[in-house]
Design a protein around this ligand. Structure first.
Ligand SMILES: [Mg+2]
Length: 387
């Protein structure tokens, strides 16, 4: 294909596949090479959960590196479109892709990583130039900045501008060196924005909060004052959560409290101290639109999408997958989400994370239960006749 034809086809294909609301990945120059190779299109795709399926903490589990390698052809090209669909996050998708590539030994593209906060980029038009705060572990403000938000502060930084907002801060001996350095220079801190008169337009819980007590306090301050801590009551600014998992499986043997648990704590307290109940929006699995959008993202990973499927009108042919597999460890999140999304989703439950039952889950039974992700991939390839 000539460079000229490629550019035209690429543009047409992207505009045809545009969806009204769901978030979309952005094209990456390094990905176009893979997308344009004349590989046969796949009638199926796979979405992998990460925690409890691919990784246990930071280490691969369930034969995940071997399982993923089976999805590439001999020349290293992507044979089966797949992506990671996780409620986790806290770092930009590009960095998460690089980390996964290193740990798993395959080349993961940023567009193959859908994190809980990825849908936040769809709110850019509304808040692009508004002051917003980003909450959670990792680098929540960087995540939002990379989506294009221009006036974003982490809750850590925002709170540091309000003297005595956390009355027990001095007792937090566990604080990291970085945080201590920051507070020791508090007098020299000059806010990047006028946080004392500029209202916070929205709060985004990007990843699991670290200091629940401080974060609940400051979020309550922001939300009940109408956007400026210390002010009288005002209308609650919008509040967004990247996910609503009550618990998740990390490296510790039993489950850990997730963002949904934080939401319950914040909501319970806010509703006791404020005249109106807390309003919020949660993204992430099992939200059905996340699965709908994943279907569109997987279609974009199809190998020959831009080559030989251009109709006479110049538009690419739409591609419907016969089956999309969701491989997860959490029945209430992964299986429930796939079930609610309906056709063409097929749920596979592994026993390496939240679910450890002998048989199927009672409330949200998966279409298939296996021990590990490698077993799941072997099952899929055999079922699809590509093993
Ligand atoms: Mg999981």
């Amino acid at each position: 294909m000539s460079p000229m034809r490629y550019r035209t086809a690429f543009r047409l294909a992207r505009s045809r596949n545009r969806l009204p609301f769901p978030f979309r990945s952005r094209p990456h120059s390094s990905e176009s090479r893979i997308q344009c190779r004349p590989e046969p299109r796949s009638s199926f795709g796979i979405a992998f959960d990460i925690d409890g399926v691919i990784l246990g903490g930071r280490a691969p589990i369930g034969g995940s590196p071997r399982a993923l390698r089976k999805l590439y052809g001999a020349s290293g090209t992507l044979k089966v479109p797949f992506l990671f669909l996780t409620n986790g996050g806290g770092i930009p998708e590009s960095r998460r892709a690089a980390e996964l590539s290193e740990v798993l030994g395959v080349n993961i593209l940023p567009s193959q990583v859908v994190q809980g906060h990825t849908p936040f980029r769809n709110l850019l038009r509304r808040y692009e130039n508004e002051l917003i705060v980003a909450v959670g572990k990792g680098e929540p403000a960087l995540v939002m900045s990379e989506y294009g938000f221009k006036k974003v502060l982490s809750l850590d930084e925002y709170a540091s501008y309000f003297k005595d907002i956390d009355p027990v801060a001095q007792y937090k001996m566990w604080r990291t060196k970085q945080a201590l350095d920051c507070s020791s220079h508090l007098k020299e801190l000059v806010p990047r924005y006028d946080v004392y008169s500029d209202r916070v337009s929205a709060a985004f819980v990007v990843s699991d909060p670290v200091d629940w007590g401080r974060d609940i306090q400051v979020l309550c301050d922001i939300l009940r004052s109408g956007g400026i801590p210390g002010w009288e009551n005002g209308n609650q600014p919008p509040l967004y959560f990247a996910a609503d998992d009550l618990e998740y499986q990390a490296a510790f043997p039993s489950q850990r409290l997730g963002m949904g648990a934080f939401r319950i704590a914040l909501e319970s307290i806010f509703n006791r101290i404020h005249r109106s109940t807390l309003e919020y929006v949660s993204f992430g699995k099992p939200n059905p639109f996340v699965f709908k959008n994943t279907e569109a993202l997987l279609a974009e990973l199809q190998p020959s999408q831009f080559d030989d499927h251009i109709s006479e009108s110049g538009c690419s042919q739409s591609h419907d997958f016969k089956t999309l597999y969701m491989i997860g460890d959490n029945p209430l999140v992964d299986v429930k989400g796939a079930q609610q999304a309906g056709h063409p989703w097929f749920s596979i439950l592994t026993r390496t994370g939240v679910f450890k039952g002998k048989d199927n889950h009672k409330e949200f039974p998966a279409d298939m239960v296996v021990d590990t992700v490698e077993e799941a991939v072997d099952f899929i390839l055999k079922r699809e006749g590509t093993s």
